[in-house]
Design a protein around this ligand. Structure first.
Ligand SMILES: *[C@@H]1O[C@H](CO)[C@@H](O)[C@H](O)[C@H]1NC(C)=O
Ligand SMILES: *[C@@H]1O[C@H](CO)[C@@H](O)[C@H](O)[C@H]1NC(C)=O
Ligand SMILES: *[C@@H]1O[C@H](CO)[C@@H](O)[C@H](O)[C@H]1NC(C)=O
Ligand SMILES: *[C@@H]1O[C@H](CO)[C@@H](O)[C@H](O)[C@H]1NC(C)=O
Ligand SMILES: *[C@@H]1O[C@H](CO)[C@@H](O)[C@H](O)[C@H]1NC(C)=O
Ligand SMILES: *[C@@H]1O[C@H](CO)[C@@H](O)[C@H](O)[C@H]1NC(C)=O
Ligand SMILES: [Zn+2]
Length: 317
């Protein structure tokens, strides 16, 4: 943090010009180079929308999340389709292009959305408390997945960013588990082929459904209106952050920062945007369970799982 503050001071006095720099994440900022790329604190110099009032990511305070009974489970189309996909190092993340016949609806969304791409945000090899973009009750998870969808009738993201709910991103947090998640094997192996920016490779038999929690475990989620978490930071996103994390082993989580490099030759680390202010926005939740006080946690946990099974029962049978 101190190093970072030093950096801002250095940059904003002697080189206060807009001449230079593409956007980048904090580890790529070169304090001694006036043509350095712009870190998250300066993204508003790249795109004014990044200084908007409905930006993402945010901290989700679970005790303040408002229950909304319209936030029903999602319906997924072609999430179980087996496809050959392309994964690419785009200089900021590992990104997989998705077939637009993959769709999502329900979940309180106003219409059907089709998939465009998915990508990840992560931390470093050593520290497991950093990496996710959204935090829950102040807790940061080691990694976060964003599955980006646009309204079915739009041609591409450029059209979708023009509407406040043009884009639906499904966000999943990761947690470190003791054993590897076999469903991630081929994805993680492919990372060794996309070390440099612009590198891409294919993954065979790729099935989205296998990478995310089971449908029953996706009934609980948080919903708010926000933005893309990279420039141009367009405030066009219906955000969903699922409460149930995806489990990966330490080695699997480390494979992301260990295999991918930024253009400056350093490991691709900490490719997440700092938290943004809510500015009066409410976060809604699909679950009426109150898990606010840790002393009540055990009792509530029981009640919630009972409630969840009732919901699932009435939903699917
Ligand atoms: C996308 O999915 C559809 C439906 O399964 C399929 O017909 C099509 O070949 C797929 N396209 C690509 C590029 O994989
Ligand atoms: C509850 O969710 C539905 C579906 O997203 C939305 O239309 C409605 O405005 C929400 N209710 C409130 C009180 O915000
Ligand atoms: C994530 O893992 C940590 C450490 O094992 C655990 O304390 C925490 O409850 C987990 N979080 C969730 C949401 O499962
Ligand atoms: C890496 O790329 C090479 C050459 O395209 C290919 O033969 C190999 O299967 C790829 N490995 C992985 C793990 O994707
Ligand atoms: C990655 O990109 C570099 C530079 O463009 C290229 O030389 C290299 O062959 C690529 N590696 C793979 C595995 O595609
Ligand atoms: C960078 O990656 C190498 C492996 O490629 C790993 O040994 C090292 O710990 C990584 N450093 C950071 C800061 O993530
Ligand atoms: Zn993202």
């Amino acid at each position: 943090m101190e190093l970072f503050i030093f950096c801002v001071v250095l940059l904003s006095f002697p080189h206060d010009s807009k001449e230079s720099g593409d956007w980048c994440y904090e580890p790529q900022v070169n304090c001694t180079d006036s043509h350095s790329c712009k870190g998250p604190m300066e993204w508003n110099e790249v795109e004014s929308a990044c200084a908007g009032s409905k930006q993402s990511p945010v901290n989700i305070v679970t005790a303040k999340a408002k229950y909304n009974s319209s936030l029903k489970p999602f319906e997924f189309v072609y999430y179980s389709q087996s496809n050959t996909v392309t994964i690419k190092n785009n200089g900021h993340s590992a990104q997989i292009t998705l077939n637009s016949s993959i769709k999502v609806s329900g979940g309180g969304l106003p219409t059907t959305y089709k998939a465009v791409q998915m990508h990840f945000h992560w931390g470093t090899s050593d520290v497991k408390e950093i990496g996710s973009e959204h935090t829950i009750d102040g807790e940061r998870y080691p990694m976060e997945l964003h599955i980006v969808h646009i309204k079915e009738n739009f041609a591409d993201l450029n059209e979708a960013i023009k509407e406040a709910d043009g884009i639906a991103v499904l966000g999943f947090l990761y947690n470190e588990s003791g054993s590897p998640n076999g469903n991630y094997d081929s994805l993680i192996t492919s990372l060794s082929n996309i070390t440099l920016e612009g590198n891409s490779t294919t993954i065979n038999n790729f099935m989205l459904e296998k990478l995310i929690p089971s449908k029953e475990n996706m009934a609980k989620y948080y919903r708010y209106s926000g933005s893309l978490t990279t420039p141009a930071c367009n405030e066009a996103v219906v955000w969903t952050v699922f409460a149930e994390p995806i489990q990966l082993s330490k080695d699997q989580l480390q494979a992301f920062p260990n295999n991918l490099l930024y253009t400056n030759g350093k490991n691709m680390t900490e490719n997440y945007r700092p938290l943004q202010r809510l500015n009066g926005r409410t976060i809604q939740t699909s679950s009426s369970c109150i898990v606010a006080s840790s002393s009540l946690l055990a009792a509530n946990g029981l009640f919630c799982s009972f409630l969840a099974s009732v919901i699932i029962y009435t939903q699917f049978y």
